[in-house]
Design a protein around this ligand. Structure first.
Ligand code: G1P
Length: 289
């Protein structure tokens, strides 16, 4: 029997240095696309994919995240008194179900692999998802849901992938592909941030994973990789051959919100999707082109 994917890890301990000074006192994951923090899109995507338990790996200066998913009785009372139904609904969507959200801290910035490893007692012995909120995916069917559907077909481990220009392989985890049917690629190797000339392909991992708990056995070794960090990619690579490992070309568009231009593009693309904003935003943009 294939165990369902019920838990998701959100690594949110990063310093957000690329967005300083905005991120000096505000976690980068709380930066909004129009009016909703990046992290909330990630949580809503996970919820849509059937995730029941939400594990946040936070760090110093990230308390705003806990407050965001908490219930603010005073705010609710004020909005109710003002009969502001729209704001009340927006706030309701931020409130986590009691007992379904967990916070742990990554005390030192040792890399994504280490951040995920910090969540191991909260995951236990079951498959789990990882969402990096920096990667915002705009799609008809939420990206993680597409992955869960693929997981039900092939099991094992799945990463969401996109093709990138060869000069960008140094920014991502890159696949070495055994077979490829155009949607699902069978992975025979993974390399973290290879130079363009060394990259085995141009298919890159985006911040969406479904992994088996055996990955923790490799993360336990705390081996350093690219950038002298403990890389998730390196431990995932060790699962290959022991368990199925696939890359899913999802339907949708990924925006790299860890990058300034990517973040601005996501804001504009998102605004243009919202019927109440699209017309005005288009007029506004026309004034600049
Ligand atoms: C991380 C992963 C990388 C992946 C990327 C997706 O890199 O290490 O394999 O391709 O996320 O956004 P980071 O963005 O933390 O440097």
């Amino acid at each position: 029997m294939m165990k369902p994917v019920r838990k998701a890890v959100f690594p949110v301990a990063g310093l957000g240095t690329r967005f300083l000074p905005a991120t000096k006192a505000i976690p980068k994951e709380m930066l909004p696309l129009v009016d909703k923090p990046l992290l909330q899109y990630a949580v809503e995507e996970a919820r849509a994919a059937g995730i029941e338990e939400f594990v946040f790996v936070t760090g110093r200066g990230k308390r705003a995240i806990e407050d965001h998913f908490d219930t603010d009785t005073e705010l609710n009372r004020t909005l109710e008194a003002r009969q502001n139904a729209e704001a009340m609904e927006a706030v309701r969507l931020t409130e986590a179900n009691p007992g379904q959200v967990f916070y742990t801290r990554q005390q030192l910035p040792l890399g994504l692999g280490h951040a995920v490893w910090c969540a191991r007692p909260l995951i236990g012995n079951e498959p789990f998802a990882i969402i990096l909120p920096d990667d915002y995916v705009m799609s008809t069917v939420p990206c993680l849901q597409q992955m869960v559907e693929a997981y039900h077909r092939v099991g094992g481990n799945i990463v969401a992938v996109v093709d990138v220009p060869r000069e960008d392989t140094k920014r991502y985890g890159i696949l070495d592909i055994a077979e490829d049917d155009g949607t699902l690629a069978v992975i025979k190797g993974l390399v973290e941030k290879p130079k363009p000339e060394d990259a085995p392909s141009t298919l890159s991992i985006i911040g969406r994973y479904i992994l088996q708990p055996e990955v923790f056995g490799f993360l336990d070794h705390h081996e350093r990789g690219a950038g002298n960090e403990i890389q998730l990619t390196d431990s995932m690579a060790k699962l290959i051959g022991q368990q199925p490992f696939h890359g899913l070309r999802f339907e949708g568009k990924r925006f790299d919100c860890g990058d300034k231009v990517g973040f601005l593009e996501a804001n504009i693309a998102h605004a243009l999707q919202r019927p109440e904003l699209a017309g005005k935003v288009r007029e506004m943009l026309d004034r600049y082109c």
